[in-house]
Design a protein around this ligand. Sequence first.
Ligand SMILES: *Cc1c(COP(=O)(O)O)cnc(C)c1O
Length: 394
Amino acid sequence: MTESLNRVEISLAALKHNYLLLKSKAPHSGVIAMVKADGYGHGMLACAKTLVKAGTDYFGVAEAVEGVDLRKNGISQPILIMAGLLKEVIPSLFDYDLTPAVVDGTFLAALSAEAGKRNQSLTLHLKVDAGMGRQGCLLRDMAGIIEQINALPGLELGGILAHFPRADEPESDSTPTIVATFCREVEKVRSMLPDDIILHLANSGGVLYFPVSHKKMIRPGISLYGYYPDGTQGRKNAAEPCLQPVMRYSSRVTQVKEVPKGTGLGYGHSFITKRPSRIAIIPVGYEDGYSRALSNRGCGLIHGQRVPVVGRVSMNLTMFDVTDLEEEVVAGDEVVLLGRQGREEISADEIGDLLGTISYEVVCLIGNLNHRVYLAGTVSQDFAQNVSGKQDES
Ligand SMILES: *Cc1c(COP(=O)(O)O)cnc(C)c1O
């Protein structure tokens, strides 16, 4: 066996479950599944293929290169390119039938010229800044840009989108205000728009907490992968059925050591044992996305029980105090760093809280830095681990 002992398991059944759950919350909207960042660390291609089977209408990625990758792997649904439109990217939009989100008028003439040269047309979406304060044109410039698009041959305006800054706050009036502003401004230019224009605003927070934002399409990201945009609070407040985390990250114990009281553990001796201790060592470190900031703070699951990280997380090694586990831990036992083992679970929200970040960053880091394995069972089969957490070699 030459694969890493560290593995990220992806439950495609959980992904499908989440997709269908989100779809049921916005039954009249199509879905632009956000698979940027290599599917938030879950693997863009495998996720996209599963999402196609589940019924996804459209995909969203950050850069054109990701769209090209989807096309080369047989994805035929429309693909929206959210970021990174520069002149040199334009040919690939035509070569691979990708739909750019334009944010101002800068590249419209160049897009039109390329369309003319190829005798092709290009559908684009216009991203407006309706309150996000980031990418997109200001609302007062929207009419002028639409006029430009309509005047240029070979360009078709297929959609208008905006993004929310605070849709992860169910109590905030930011989101409904932005929806109202967006709709009011779009109404003003309605006569300039095609009848079948796709209006879309809702990220996961919009989908889950603000039905008023659903419009013709929704654009869920993190929720597809099983996490609530407002983290632990969102999960606590959610009614059944809940989103199911898609990712599980595990490693194996490679050494168990008995050390006396007063032993300094690892770099900087940041942990000194207060009793004779049993320490389990695993081949995971910050290079695997298991942040050094989890030193003396993180938790793992062994034999279905929580065990604390002791000492510094180093580049390739992390230690757990397994003194309190009843059954002896031995080399080869499974350690879960993210996800479920037996009845215990460590969520990306929990890790995010410890790190002062959000689940998004945790799953991107761990998912994109480790070997991924795709599970093909049902949601409960995929993550139904025996409580002992002991793995037979298979
Ligand atoms: C990433 C992204 C989304 C998805 O956001 P989530 O909070 O992950 O649901 C939606 N829209 C745009 C424009 C995005 O960039």
